[in-house]
Design a protein around this ligand. Structure first.
Ligand SMILES: Cc1cc2nc3c(=O)[nH]c(=O)nc-3n(C[C@H](O)[C@H](O)[C@H](O)COP(=O)(O)O)c2cc1C
Ligand code: SF4
Ligand code: SF4
Length: 305
């Protein structure tokens, strides 16, 4: 990859496995020299899942690995520019059935330059809807070749009653299986396959409309977290995790900018001072707790050849 500017990149380690030694020199597996785990992840689920998959692939393919976490605004100042010897595992949480719309610009300005890519959508047990398809399409438009894709379930950030503890051991085994089969296939493939098929239709639909407990639309676009002044010690932790830089540094009680409802500030607060009290938001949360506690399945998409 050619980096446009200094990005927050953490070095990881890969180890060669038998598969790497067995591969022919002209396969996609041998062509890949470097893996990037790229993600937006305000509350950490996407980060955990993407790095897990990327680390397994790194070990199987005998490559090196870097992590690019674009959650915070300062890490989005530079664009991304990859090369044809890179494999990019790109993850995003599902928001309203799609890529979080305030972050779409960042995936749109990444240049693939022929890199292979695996889009991963992480969803909170309701549905990933068109998020994975949208990722596939955006990456293909930017000269990435999507060779596989996956939607993995995590706990929903709105409620610890929805998919608690996920991803769990069974999920991690599925991730291991997905990455292992993909590496094996890459070890046999000598040409770049067609874009991975996610659904029979290529058309990305509308954003999901959140529903309330009575089944009618729950409109909470303008909702923002509130702060219990008595509990807040002005430690500033919430300011440092907001992906929109929206919490006032001088007065963390105030959310001055756009709020994407990511919950990072609420979860990070050591004093449980932040909370949501918007009635429409709470009604949506209650609906999710009523209708979406049944274990949802992960979904993986692998190349046919
Ligand atoms: C604004 C918002 C919208 C969401 N929309 C959906 C959705 O449509 N379907 C779903 O299953 N989960 C949805 N989720 C849950 C997240 O996809 C899930 O909790 C994910 O793990 C969050 O990722 P992170 O931990 O990397 O921040 C939504 C979460 C937020 C904050
Ligand atoms: S993290 Fe909690 S205690 Fe710290 S400034 Fe934010 S609201 Fe206040
Ligand atoms: S203010 Fe909104 S966008 Fe910022 S961390 Fe809190 S929930 Fe997320």
């Amino acid at each position: 990859m050619n980096e446009d500017k200094n990005l927050l990149v953490q070095k990881g380690q890969g180890s060669n496995e038998e598969l790497f030694n067995e591969m022919q020199d002209d396969t996609l597996g041998k062509k890949i020299k470097h893996i990037f785990a790229v993600y937006f992840s305000p509350t950490g689920n996407t980060a955990r899942i993407v790095t897990h998959v990327a680390n397994i692939l790194c070990a199987k393919l005998g490559t090196t690995i870097d992590v690019i976490d674009y959650t915070l605004p300062r890490n989005r100042e530079a664009g991304l520019n990859f090369s044809k010897n890179d494999l990019v595992i790109w993850g995003t949480p599902v928001y309203a059935g799609r890529i979080p719309n305030k972050l779409l610009y960042y995936i749109r300005c990444a240049k693939g330059n022929g890199a292979l890519a695996v889009p991963i959508a992480v969803f909170g047990n309701r549905n990933y809807d068109d998020c994975l398809l949208e990722m596939r399409n955006e990456l293909e438009k930017n000269n990435f070749h999507t060779i596989a894709g996956a939607a993995f379930v995590s706990e929903h950030v709105f409620s610890d009653k929805i998919a608690p503890g996920r991803p769990d051991v069974a999920d991690r085994e599925e991730m291991q299986g997905f990455a292992t089969v993909l590496a094996e296939k890459m070890g046999n493939m000598t040409t770049i396959p067609k874009p991975i098929e996610i659904s029979k239709t290529d058309v990305v639909g509308e954003y999901y409309t959140p529903l309330g407990i009575d089944g009618s639309p729950a409109v909470f676009l303008k909702a923002k977290p509130k702060t219990d002044e008595g509990k807040c010690t002005r430690c500033g932790l919430c300011v440092s995790v907001c992906p929109m830089d929206s919490i006032n540094e001088d007065n963390p009680l105030e959310v001055t900018g756009i709020c994407i409802k990511c919950q990072a500030c609420i979860i990070v607060c050591p004093n449980k001072a932040k909370y949501m009290d918007d009635p429409a938001f709470l009604s949506h949360k209650a609906m999710l707790e009523k209708e979406y506690t049944k274990r949802a399945d992960n979904k993986t998409f692998l190349p046919k050849s």
